[in-house]
Every structure is written in structure tokens, then in C-alpha cells.
Design a protein around this ligand. Structure first.
Ligand code: KG4
Ligand code: ZN
Length: 335
């Protein structure tokens, strides 16, 4: 089955062609970083406008790169939420128009579920597993018993992990998006330089909280005003390195707590923050210490992409699960 997948939930316009939910024939991502950079974050209205501009050329190119025509597509999968509603509507309306004009079956996909399933583009983890989604909009732990079978074990009570990276970088004047910038700059800093707080929220809780950590970074900087002649070398890199260490510590601790609580043997990572080098390294080390299997998608399948939507398009459409034309976008679509 050849699935045309479309993803426009936030600030990336993406289209992919995926064969049998596993083999990526093409996966194009048009980033809007240039558009939003000067505002230090995503501006929803600008995001929708840019999606409108890019959706046709990106879908066309995805088909061309896969050396395929629309006639050879067996199903369409499109993100219907959660995300920015204006952004979602562009991908959704376009996907519905193609389905209406061609008669190709269409199915709406949950963006979080797509992140949790991205790993199937490269590996075959066995169900059940613990899935950690760490992105700009979400931080949550799930028990995954199969496609469409999820139990949420915990989630953030305030900021998402990626949001904390973005806000700290913005506050320090480092640019946007903050995650990759902090990831890189951290390598020059000392992760043990500053002991920032780690919110555990109670012994057995699998919830997260990152806003206190973000405030601690702000307070630290305010307590250390820039001296004449500028900050000493490594001052900022020590801050971001210590901040990143605190985020990763909490993510690791809660993930393995979930593994123990559920008595499972596998962990799957997903979402933009799963591209973080320290998180990837520490997950692998920790998993090997605990004799747990850990699966981490390649960085380009961690951040937003349409190929991961194609995995689920295949799983649902082949079971006869499809959407009708009342399919709509929901900014808070739950999982
Ligand atoms: O999954 P994603 O592309 O979009 C959402 O669904 O939100 O995640 C984007 C988030 C941003 O907050 C970005 O700063 C973060 O993922 N991110 C990273 C890294 N690459 C992207 N965070 C930490 N380290 C990275 N290398
Ligand atoms: Zn995402």
C-alpha cells in the first residue's frame, strides 16, 4: 500500500510517500524557521500563510521524488491535531480535496500517535513498550500496547521539554529554535557547573514540570549581572549545559520509573527533543545498565515529518478504518 502523508501541525510543511507503513519513498520537510526566527517563536498566523504557499509544491515534490503519480496512491493520511488549528487546516483541507477529487480513501491522524510510531520507519519494536514523547508542545509517557492502544501514564503540568529549551534560549538571546542551539552549545560547557532543580512531583508520579527549572535559569542570570568586559568564557555554555543536564535527568528518571512500574522491557523515544545528543546517549547507557531495549528514531524522524504519519495511515487504512469528509482539525485532540 502506498500512502501519501501530509503533516502541517506547527511550523513545518511536510509530505511523504510511505510504502506499507515502513519504507520511506520520499519525505520532504519545508521548515519555516526563517519566517519565525525574528519573533523568537512560532507566529500562528504567519505559519498558516506559509503552509498555504508551500503545501502544493511540497506534495508535488514528494510524489516526484517517490517516482509516483496520484493514481498510484492507495491512501491519504493527514494530521488532524493536536497543533495550531490554522496550520492543521491547511494540510487537512488540501488532503480532503485530493481525496474528494480522486476517490482515494483518507484517514485523520493524531500527531502524538504519529511521533510514537515514527520508530517503525526504521525498527520493529515489540508491543508493549513505554513511549516517551518529548516535543515543543508535549511531554508525556505512554504505555503502548499496539497501534491505537495507548495508556497515558504521565504528562507535563506546565511547559513541554522542548518549550523549556526554546524559552531558555530565547531568554539568553541565543536564537530560535532553542533545542538544537542549546544541544550544540552545551558541549562547550560543564553540566555540573550549576545545580538546577529537578522537579519529581512526588515519589511515584510520572508527571513532569519544567517551568520551575526555567525560572531557576532566569533567576541565576539575574543574580549574575554581566560584568564590565563581559561574562567570563563558558559562563553561558555552563548555564545551558547545566540546564540540559537537569532536563535530561528528569526525562531519564521518569522513563525508567515507568518501565519499572509497568514491568516492561522496551522504551521508544520520539518528538523533537529526542534528537538531543545527551538524551540519546544517556538513554542508551541507562537502558544497557537496566537490561532494557531502547529504540530511538534518527533525528530527522524525531522532529516533525510526514513519514511518521504514513506509518499510521497504513495501519488504519489496511484495517478499513477511514475518515469521511466531516474530518476536522482539533488543536487539543487527545490521545
Ligand atoms: O516534534 P517537534 O519537531 O515539533 C512539535 O511537535 O513540537 O519538536 C520541536 C521541539 C522544539 O522545541 C525544539 O527546540 C526541540 O524540539 N528540539 C530539540 C532538539 N531538536 C529539536 N531539543 C533539544 N535538543 C535538540 N537537538
Ligand atoms: Zn511534533
Amino acid at each position: 500500500m502506498r500512502i501519501l502523508a501530509i503533516e502541517t501541525s506547527c511550523d513545518d510543511t511536510s509530505a511523504a510517500v510511505v510504502l506499507n507503513g515502513r519504507k520511506v519513498l520520499s519525505n520532504l520537510v519545508s521548515s519555516q524557521v526563517d519566517v519565525h526566527q525574528k519573533y523568537g517563536g512560532v507566529v500562528p498566523e504567519l505559519a498558516s500563510r506559509k503552509h498555504i504557499e508551500m503545501i502544493v509544491p511540497i506534495v508535488r515534490e514528494a510524489l516526484e521524488r517517490a517516482s509516483i503519480t496520484l493514481k498510484e496512491i492507495d491512501g491519504i493520511a493527514v494530521t488532524q491535531g493536536p497543533g495550531l488549528v490554522g496550520s492543521l487546516l491547511v494540510g487537512l483541507s488540501f488532503a480532503k480535496s485530493i481525496a474528494f477529487a480522486t476517490g482515494i480513501p483518507i484517514v485523520g491522524i493524531n500527531h502524538l500517535e504519529a511521533h510514537l510510531s515514527a520508530i517503525f520507519l526504521e525498527k520493529r519494536p515489540r508491543f508493549p513498550y513505554i513511549g516517551l514523547v518529548v516535543s515543543g508542545g508535549h511531554t508525556a509517557l505512554f504505555r503502548v500496547d499496539g497501534f491505537g492502544n495507548y495508556k497515558r501514564l504521565g504528562q507535563t503540568r506546565d511547559d513541554a521539554a522542548g518549550e523549556a529549551f526554546d524559552k531558555v534560549a530565547k531568554f539568553l538571546g541565543l536564537g530560535y529554535p532553542g533545542g538544537p542551539i542549546i544541544d550544540k552549545l552545551s558541549r562547550e560547557g560543564n553540566p555540573k557547573a550549576i545545580r538546577f532543580p529537578r522537579a519529581t512531583l512526588g515519589k511515584d508520579s510520572l508527571d513532569f514540570s519544567f517551568s520551575g527549572l526555567k525560572t531557576a535559569v532566569v533567576n541565576y542570570l539575574r543574580a549574575h549581572p554581566e560584568p564590565v568586559g563581559g561574562y567570563p568564557k563558558n559562563f553561558i555554555s555552563d548555564i545551558v549545559s547545566s540546564f540540559q543536564e537537569a532536563v535530561v535527568d528528569v526525562l531519564i528518571r521518569k522513563t525508567f520509573q515507568a518501565v519499572r512500574q509497568q514491568g516492561l522491557k522496551s522504551v521508544v523515544l520520539s518528538g523533537g527533543v529526542a534528537a538531543n545528543q545527551l538524551l540519546r546517549k544517556r538513554m542508551v547507557e541507562e537502558a544497557s545498565d537496566h537490561k532494557i531495549r531502547v529504540y530511538i528514531p534518527s533525528p530527522h524522524f524525531c522532529t516533525d515529518n510526514a513519514a511518521m504519519v504514513g506509518v499510521l495511515g497504513y495501519e488504519y487504512l489496511r484495517r478499513g478504518i477511514r475518515s469521511d469528509f466531516s474530518l476536522n482539525a482539533f488543536s487539543n485532540l487527545p490521545l
